[in-house]
Design a protein around this ligand. Structure first.
Ligand code: GDP
Length: 600
């Protein structure tokens, strides 16, 4: 059987502007009601001497639904020749917003009703804001009850002009404005003879013209990498990347790109857990891949197909969040962000708007309280990969963690590209507040007979970093340099490894370490530290924090987490102390930390 296309529609508007009437009318006029239903409800109204309302149709259907009589209306929908429309219930705004942001409800289109007789109400504006918050682009504005204003074009034009002005201010462009009479059935499913001046299609035409997003298997391929396994057999160097396919399909031989790293490869095999080998995999499958060439990949990356549209990679994005945290979300605070399989610290850079979900009022408060919706600019320390929620919801939706609890859900509207960074701002503020003494860095260097520097000995665990660091300290000390080995960095950073909030903890530990380094290099010291669990972005953060003082990075052994540009000196794994120290001293001389005459 050929499955008919479906589209989820939400109907919004001020109370009594005709939402239920519109739905009832669409059900009736498109022949989507059970046989005899309309007549039965009309007859019942007559018997009870009360005027017929289309809303009664919905009530009657709901009653039947509750009794389980009609299967067809289990989800109330109407049909056009093109597709089935499912009406999404929006009982309360809080529930609706929460459901939409969490993904429990998915409105793909919206109709916003305005009563021609009553005109634009505060709620008409608030509902438009709600559409903007949810990023619903398929929006039609229906100016209803045109019968009450004699189908007067001037009234319609005026409402259209006024409302368009408001929508433009909040950056919304509706797909259509339709003058209708829901009750009289004018312009509902066919052009109205009463409004010959309007030529742009009935409500049903407008709905049918809405573009539906591609189905998940037709979307670009996305598989967030949950884990990387090594084959256990002797000498088998292969790795399997494992995860769940969120969208798209993939087959053996496809060229793949991991994002955000941008590393490319080719699918070699598709491995099912306890399943037969297959050459193709698709949406919803939990699966593993091996690839042609061995590369270093971390869990959290998104596996994509190189030939398709790739996700955005940015460290800044605009998003709407629904906040449930006990403490309000505040500007400049760092939270933990979980998106797809990525977990990173995120800073609230700006709170653009706050929408109170109960009355949809807009506030300019600098925080987002519980059950409020906020439009926020977020910044992550490291670039992350994501999609815009309206394109691929699976990789465009995230949660925020505050104090070990999920405190909010959010949807990404777009990436933001600018050079402003929160870390730069922090450093600018720090430097501005820094009161300089009479002893300038050159005076200090002259006195100490060396310049200051922060030497980071990085690399994987058990490669001899700490031994080399201590040997270096001793050698420099013995020739009279002011040197200090800070032996706590690893523990500071690793202390958070097993705690719930290891990501935020690690970020904070690195911030402290950077500040500490800056303080000590400012005092003219050569500071040495060895550190295991960091990557290139962490290094860049430490360098920035230590600016304008010098940072030198020595990498012991191969470490794929660093780019070659971020390293000043590479040593082999477990290099003997004397050779290592000599190479580092050479580096210090080259970098003018030490004068050339120093021979160790
Ligand atoms: P809701 O609160 O938005 O769901 O509004 P309803 O659909 O319940 O409509 C509110 C009232 O407006 C009802 O009495 C409807 O009969 C009436 N109404 C709805 N559409 C029209 C219309 O096109 N013309 C007229 N004259 N009345 C309408």
């Amino acid at each position: 059987m050929n499955q008919r296309e479906q589209m989820n529609v939400v109907i919004v508007g001020h109370v009594d502007h005709g939402k239920s009437t519109l739905v009832g009318r669409l059900l009736a006029d498109t022949g989507s009601l059970p046989d005899g239903k309309l007549e039965a409800v009309k007859a019942q109204c007559k018997r009870n001497a009360k005027p017929f309302e289309y809303a009664f149709l919905l009530d009657a259907l709901k009653d039947e639904q509750a009794q389980g009589i009609t299967i067809d209306t289990a989800r109330s929908f109407f049909k056009s020749s093109k597709r089935d429309y499912i009406i999404i219930d929006a009982p309360g705004h809080i529930e609706f917003l929460k459901n939409m942001i969490s993904g429990a409800a998915r409105a793909e289109a919206a109709i916003l009703l305005i009563d021609a007789h009553e005109g634009i109400k505060e709620n008409s504006k608030r509902h438009a804001y709600m559409m903007r918050f949810l990023g619903i682009k398929n929006l039609a504005i229906c100016v209803n009850k045109m019968d009450l204003v004699n189908y007067d074009q001037k009234i319609f034009d005026q409402i259209k002009a006024d409302y368009t002005k408001f929508l433009t201010e909040i950056n919304i462009t509706p797909k259509a404005f339709v003058p209708i009479s829901a009750y009289q059935g004018e312009n509902m499913i066919s052009p109205s003879a009463k409004m010959p001046w309007y030529k742009e299609g009935s409500v049903l035409d407008v709905l049918d013209n809405f573009q539906k997003a591609a189905s998940r298997d037709k979307m670009p391929f996305r598989m967030p990498v949950q884990d990387i396994y090594k084959f256990t057999e002797e000498g088998d160097e292969r790795r399997i990347v494992a995860g769940r396919i969120e969208t798209g399909t993939i087959k053996i031989g496809d060229d793949i790109t991991f994002m955000p790293s941008g590393k490319r490869n080719r699918i070699k095999t598709i491995e099912y857990f306890n399943g037969p080998l297959q050459s193709e995999a698709s949406v919803g499958e939990s699966i593993g891949f091996t690839y042609d060439t061995e590369i270093y990949i971390r869990p959290g990356e998104i596996l994509c197909k190189s030939s398709e549209k790739l996700p955005h990679v940015s460290n800044k994005f605009r998003a709407n969040i629904f906040w449930m945290g006990k403490q309000p979300l505040i500007k400049s605070k760092t939270y933990k962000l979980k998106i797809a399989a990525q977990q990173v610290p995120v800073i609230v850079v700006d709170i653009i708007h706050v929408l109170d979900a109960s009355d949809l009022g807009i506030s300019k408060e600098p925080h987002v309280d519980r059950y409020e919706v906020g439009e926020i600019i977020f910044e992550t320390l490291k670039p992350i990969a994501f999609d815009e929620v309206m394109e691929i919801a699976e990789t465009g939706r995230f949660v925020l963690v505050d104090n070990y609890e999920i405190a909010g859900g959010g949807i990404i509207l777009e990436p933001v590209f600018n050079n402003h960074s929160s870390l730069d701002e922090h450093i600018n503020k720090r430097d501005y507040a820094w009161e300089r003494s009479l002893i300038t860095p050159p005076l200090r260097a002259q006195k100490y007979q060396h310049k200051s520097a922060f030497i980071i000995i990085a690399g994987k665990i058990d490669t001899g970093k700490e031994r080399i660091s201590k040997a270096l300290e001793e050698a420099l000390f013995n020739i009279g340099k002011n040197v200090y080995f800070l032996g706590i960095s690893n523990r500071l950073v690793l202390a958070h490894e097993n705690s719930n909030d290891n990501i935020l903890g690690k970020y904070e530990a690195l911030l402290h370490l950077g500040e500490l380094a800056h303080l000590m290099t400012d005092a003219g010291l050569i500071l040495i530290t060895s550190i295991t669990d960091i990557d290139q972005y962490d290094l860049e953060m430490l360098k920035k924090l230590n600016n304008p003082n010098r940072t030198l990075v020595v990498c012991v052994g191969e470490d794929a987490r660093f780019s070659s540009e971020s390293i000043d000196l590479a040593l082999v794994e477990n290099e003997d102390s004397d050779t290592a120290v000599k190479k580092i001293v050479d580096l210090l001389v080259r970098s003018v930390v030490l004068d050339p005459e120093y021979e160790i």
